[in-house]
Write a protein that binds this ligand. Structure first.
Ligand SMILES: *Cc1c(COP(=O)(O)O)cnc(C)c1O
Length: 404
């Protein structure tokens, strides 16, 4: 047998595009994890808003193992029952008429952008190809999606970027009025900017985008990769905003940990993806689809969604209590279990310094940019784990303050 892998093997064998923490988790149950040394952690990170039902939830384990002994993969030369059931489930619960399944958020957005371009091309001609996106937005790491994303550092140094992409200012409709015209094919926006710092859109902003898109016959694309699948307290955030997009993308929480993505669209738009226009070997894979179906059916119930909102209130109270004592945060914001705490001016850019301290206290958390502490725990995290995790967070914050 080979030796047990260590953190040093990362530096030795893996492309150095990440800098993972020292501890290597080996087991998870609910909202707790254990590393190679047996140290225990409470998980407020949720695999970056992915582990929507925590670790190894019995409902997902059952869906995975039942499918694992039946059928794993077919390719798109055949269809399969789990993919069809997942597509039907998403159509029945959203605005969408049609679903395209894939394996990640970036792929779902790539499909959405290609669909919008192709729709405008077929309907209006080559000239209608402009895409409006926003500064600080994040849409994935394929070359098209980083180019549409509003963080130029992610597309720099990779050669010529795809043309026809412009960036407005988030929550500023006037900036969009200056950019949008009849050559615009789509506006792509996150209802809450996730990687950009947990910044919720105002309802007027999303409503205004809808009206501007309608006025210019452009498609409105909501990137709900981070906000979707129950994360904000409704199945999708658009349902709370009351603004309906033409295309919506979902991944992360959708699979509860299995790699899966989905692009949802109306009939009017979806129809331009005809035979051979787009595809993916793994998209709609039975194994991933079976798990995602179980996750959505479990999450999209009044009890689970109400629980997300209750947990939001509880976490917010804890964060505000920590802040009354230590004064490290300027603002707490977000929806459901996608919560950001922006650092106070005295701690500008220091959110990342909390993470290793929290880990030493037995808590996994996240940041969203250098200045925002981000929490995205399981949608069903027990209240006792929230209380214990917050006690650990407070100890980490106290150490940050003491070292200041
Ligand atoms: C994470 C994320 C993506 C990219 O998803 P991947 O699965 O990493 O490709 C796209 N958009 C948003 C809003 C995200 O948060």
């Amino acid at each position: 047998m080979s030796q047990t892998p260590t953190r040093a093997d990362f530096d030795r064998y893996m492309v150095p595009n990440y800098a993972p923490q020292k501890a290597i988790p080996v087991r998870g149950e609910g909202s707790r994890l254990w590393d190679q040394e047996g140290c225990e952690y409470i998980d407020f990170a949720g695999g970056i808003a992915v582990n929507s039902l925590g670790h190894c939830h019995p409902v997902l384990v059952e869906a995975l193992t039942a499918q694992a002994s039946r059928l794993w993969h077919l390719s798109n030369v055949y269809t399969n029952e789990p993919a069809l059931a997942l597509a039907r489930c998403l159509v029945e619960r959203t605005f969408a008429d049609k679903v395209y399944l894939c394996s990640s958020g970036g792929e779902a957005n790539e499909a959405a952008l290609k669909l919008a371009r192709r729709w405008a091309h077929d309907r209006h001609g080559e000239h209608k190809h402009r895409i409006v996106s926003f500064a600080q937005s994040f849409h994935g790491r394929t070359f098209f999606t980083v180019s549409v994303g509003g963080q130029p550092k992610y597309s720099a140094g990779f050669g010529p970027v795809p043309g026809g992409i412009v960036h407005g200012e988030y929550n500023n409709l006037d900036s969009v009025r200056d950019l949008i015209d009849d050559d615009t094919c789509a506006v792509m926006v996150e209802p809450i900017q996730g990687e950009g710092g947990i910044v919720p859109a105002t309802p007027e902003f999303l409503q205004g985008l809808r009206e501007l898109c309608d006025a210019h016959d452009a498609l409105l694309i909501f990137d709900e990769v981070q906000t979707g699948a129950g994360r904000t307290g409704s199945l999708y955030a658009y349902q709370q905003y009351g603004v309906t997009p033409d295309i919506l993308t979902s991944a992360k929480s959708l699979g509860g940990g299995i790699p899966v993505g989905a692009m949802l669209a109306t009939d009017a738009v979806a129809g331009v993806f005809t035979l051979g226009t787009h595809g993916s070997t793994y998209g709609g894979n039975p194994l991933a689809s079976a798990v995602a179906l179980a996750a959505v059916e479990f999450i999209d119930t009044p009890e689970v969604l109400a629980g997300v909102t209750q947990r939001h209130d509880l976490i917010r109270e804890h964060l505000e209590a920590i802040n009354r004592k230590h004064g490290v945060f300027r603002e707490v914001r977000g929806m459901g279990l996608l919560i950001g705490a922006e650092m106070a001016p005295d701690y500008e850019g220091r959110a990342k310094d909390i993470l290793p301290l929290a880990l030493e206290e037995g808590l996994m958390a996240l940041i969203a940019g250098p200045n925002v502490l981000r929490l995205a725990p399981s949608l069903v995290i027990p209240e006792a784990d929230i209380a214990e995790g917050m006690a650990r967070l407070e100890r980490a914050v106290a150490r940050l303050v003491a070292a200041q």
